[in-house]
Design a protein around this ligand. Sequence first.
Ligand code: BGC
Ligand code: BGC
Length: 761
Amino acid sequence: MGGRIRRNHVILAAAVVLLALAALSPLVLARSGSSRPLYLDAHQSVAARVNDLLGRMSLADKVGQMTLISVSRLRGNCQGTPGPLNPICLRRVLSDARVGAILSGGGEAPLPNTPRSWAEMTNAIQRYALHHAHLSIPVLYGADAVHGHNNVLGVTIFPHNIGMAATWDPGLVEQEEAATAATVRATGVHWTFAPVSDIARDFRWGRYYETFGEDPYLASTFVTAAVAGFQGKHGVSGVAATAKHFVGYSQPLTGHDRTPAWIPLRALRESFLPPFRGAVNAGVDTVMANSGSVNGVPVHASHYLLTTVLRGQLRFQGVVVTDWGDIEALHTRYHVAADSSDAIRQAILAGVDMSMVPYDAAGFTSDLAALVRAGRVPMARIDEAVRRILTLKMKLGLFTRPYVDARAADRVALGTDRPLARRAADESMVLLKNAGSVLPLGPTTRSILVVGSVARSVADQMGGWTLGWQGIAGLGTPPATTILQGIERAAPRGVAVRYVSGADPRQAATGARKAGVVVIAVGEQPYAEGQGDTETATLPSAQQKLFAAVRSSGTPVVTVIVAGRPLILSGVAGGSRALLMAWLPGTAGGEAVADVLFGRYDPSGRLAVTWPRSVGAGPLVYTELPGTNAGPNSGYHPQFPFGYGLSYTTYADGHLRVRVAGKGRLTVTLDVRDSGTRDGTDIIQVYVHADNSPVLVPARTLAAFARVSLRAGETRAVTLTIPLSRLAVIPGDILGTAPPVVEPGSYTFTVGTLSTTATIP
Ligand code: BGC
Ligand code: BGC
């Protein structure tokens, strides 16, 4: 009894102290105009403000800043049940554990899921932090805006990266990410876990569609553009970007997500690092570590990767964040750490600045603080991490503009950017086959039968990471034009458009016999991460049966594929008169498919990946190194090669010449001609091959590219500049540790069927 009373007194006293502290909080002081702390003075330099703030922080404040917690821990019962923000949870996470950053994982949205309620939610969290947490340090809020602000219902969804890579148009990605940043920021979110900077290697992997394709140089140009688009000039319009997942994530040996990768250092440096280097050079604010292991070492415990390479070689200055629960995994999954505290020690010493914990805030902060007190993690390492995090918060303007105008959020975010989404989807379409020029559909086509549930599925065309982690199922239907709607709206007057789902293939076959052309939509249902791994990469057997049924009608069949990876097509490739790869085209997918089918848009998309013939042929990339196998299946024999894609017009290029321009670069010039009867956009792809090299080089490597738009019959000289460094190789024996060099000698340059050589002195 007496104990209870004493405890109540303690609680009361603590409450009084807390209230007094809140009244004296720097924010309140600043508002009342008395002795404003330097770190709140926006006229001072960021470095000075960060130093001032750091000097005022306790150990508890500091480790709190290094903590990133899921919003699910701020609401409901604080343990993951849905519900509104709960003051008890807010106190535990933001006041008690002093957590400095919150995230929405895939699908973690407020209810109702509108931009306005996102803004109200993030404002409420911010208000709590500023009024109750020690020193009033604003919260940094992160989310996966990976193809638009994709967790929010009603916003425009752009194509996934694999489709964007097929545009070969990094400028378009920059525009798209700038638009995304504005939408994200309007909801009070400041940080996106994008762009994925992993290169596509293995199409069995469930995250293949999140990459910008298989070529390190092409992917780098997109990653660089994405960072520029997201971050802009910071202030209140840009968001912090994240190059993820550093490094080697995309080549798990088994093809399954988060399983071990074995990547020789030479390959890691030549193929996997370039997009990250691009991101760092573009000033990316944060880098997320790879959940997996490389060469037997979990990346989250690799000082070599996170510090020697990322800081020392790439010169990254920003914040390294973990992926989901990955410090804990060093203990529970990898068993390289004896317990959770040891896991934290290893990761922080390896170079992690912030842990996406994401649930147990107090567990992480108390363990980390204890490690510092015990001298097992130096305070200097903590200060370094916190300095980077505070610098980011200041650069983002959080100390001066912590809130957003919630009333404006719907206006900024709902239904905007539709023309941009349409252009992106248009440019991403890759025409793979067009036998007898069945496309574009012309005036002689009087009736079209659209077949397949994919043609009516908003979920399928959006893919994973849309409303939910695994796609939109059960979470509402975002505005979008389906393939069927796109065709209905685009069909010229007098053309009959009918639809069958194909649940009954015989009914579809009967319908097909009466139609002038069949457009069948096939593909994959949404998925994300490990749930999307496949060991077959084929079309579902029901779709194959449906295809066979409509094909048996004898009516020409146009097949539209909606998928995040090349699918093994078997009979579908041969049996279709035309094949169109639509990837995961997002909101405007149906319009874009119709634009290509009816010739309103001349397809300019080109594969940024290799399309293998069979699962057993993968992983297959065009940059595979030469071997000595003479068997019929060795070598590069894909269904469709990297860089491939058809147009409705024809191009005839000529007069290829290369000039070593001095100053470490060379120029490639050629005459590009639209030799057909339609205007079009061609993607000029310059490949290089060293005729002699001290280490193996691929038969061809992309060295430069350009989008060239021409009028029918027009010819234009186009010059591309290539820095010599792009020809560099890593010489030496198998360790691959030597610095890259450009070997003097003869190099062959090819563009389509043209080729020429040049000598590098
Ligand atoms: C993914 C990351 C993502 C994070 C937060 C992880 O499971 O690997 O790419 O940013 O979740 O949603
Ligand atoms: C989250 C995702 C996260 C995943 C990790 C999910 O519950 O919503 O964002 O990537 O867990 O496994």
